[in-house]
Design a binder for this molecule. Structure first.
Ligand code: SF4
Length: 237
């Protein structure tokens, strides 16, 4: 009996939170896109639909601040303007060009992706999710970013910033990184996507997490989500 009760409790504890109703989703989209229209950053990888350029920006932005990526992004594309140019470059030169961004497995991965794209896909990145995910070094977030930003597909994203924003606004309490919560947040990201303007919506989510709902000291006093944010409500309990 006690065992059955414990099982029931565990099952209840694992139940994912409910998805927000349509009016809450609409309000979130409206506030986010209005904020982005006024405060969104002007970044060079937002002015291209070249999948390779998007891939380079995404890999560079992993664990690295935007202001450090900007000069290297320009230098890299000046030196390796295409998948073919990167695939053909000597390995040691590619690693040297990456300096001083750090996490030096990233240029190796980037070059491996370029070589595979040249060998199997005519030097282009494919646009479908399953094929993108088959590349070593392209995970769920990067595949979503390439589909959304380069191919303008209706594809969700969930990186560190987006995870934090969605968790705080809609959940508020618990562990945003546990497996079940991560799955729920992916579903939430998919559910919140508008039918159109997915490019802007996803870029807005990332900027909002980078500029307003930051990891330490979120800027709740100037946040357009403050009235409905679960994290803020719980902090005030
Ligand atoms: Fe983040 Fe604060 Fe805005 Fe909530 S109110 S979304 S915690 S910045």
């Amino acid at each position: 009996m006690a065992e059955k009760a414990a099982r029931t409790t565990t099952t209840r504890a694992r139940k994912p939170p409910a998805l927000p109703p349509a009016p809450d989703r609409r309000r979130f989209r409206k506030h986010l896109l209005a904020w982005y229209g006024r405060h969104g950053r002007d970044l060079p990888w937002r002015k291209t639909s070249d999948p390779y350029h998007i891939l380079v920006s995404e890999i560079m932005l992993q664990q690295t601040q935007v202001d450090r990526v900007l000069p290297k992004y320009a230098e890299w594309l000046g030196k390796y303007p295409s998948m073919g140019a990167l695939a053909a470059a000597p390995d040691h030169e590619v690693t040297a060009t990456w300096y001083p961004l750090g996490y030096n497995v990233r240029p190796k991965r980037l070059q491996a992706i370029a070589r595979e794209a040249v060998a199997s896909y005519g030097g282009q990145l494919p646009s479908d999710e399953a094929t993108l995910l088959s590349f070593k070094g392209i995970g769920a977030y990067t595949a979503g970013a390439i589909r959304s930003f380069a191919f303008r597909q209706r594809a969700a994203i969930l990186d560190t910033n987006v995870r934090r924003v969605l968790f705080r606004v809609f959940i508020g309490k618990g562990d945003p990184k546990n497996h079940a919560m991560n799955r729920h947040l992916w579903t939430l990201s998919e559910t919140l996507m508008p039918r159109r303007d997915v490019f802007d919506f996803n870029q807005a989510l990332m900027d909002f997490g980078a500029l307003i709902c930051v990891a330490r000291k979120p800027k709740c006093l100037v946040c357009p989500m403050a009235r409905s944010c679960a994290y803020r409500k719980k902090a005030g309990d």
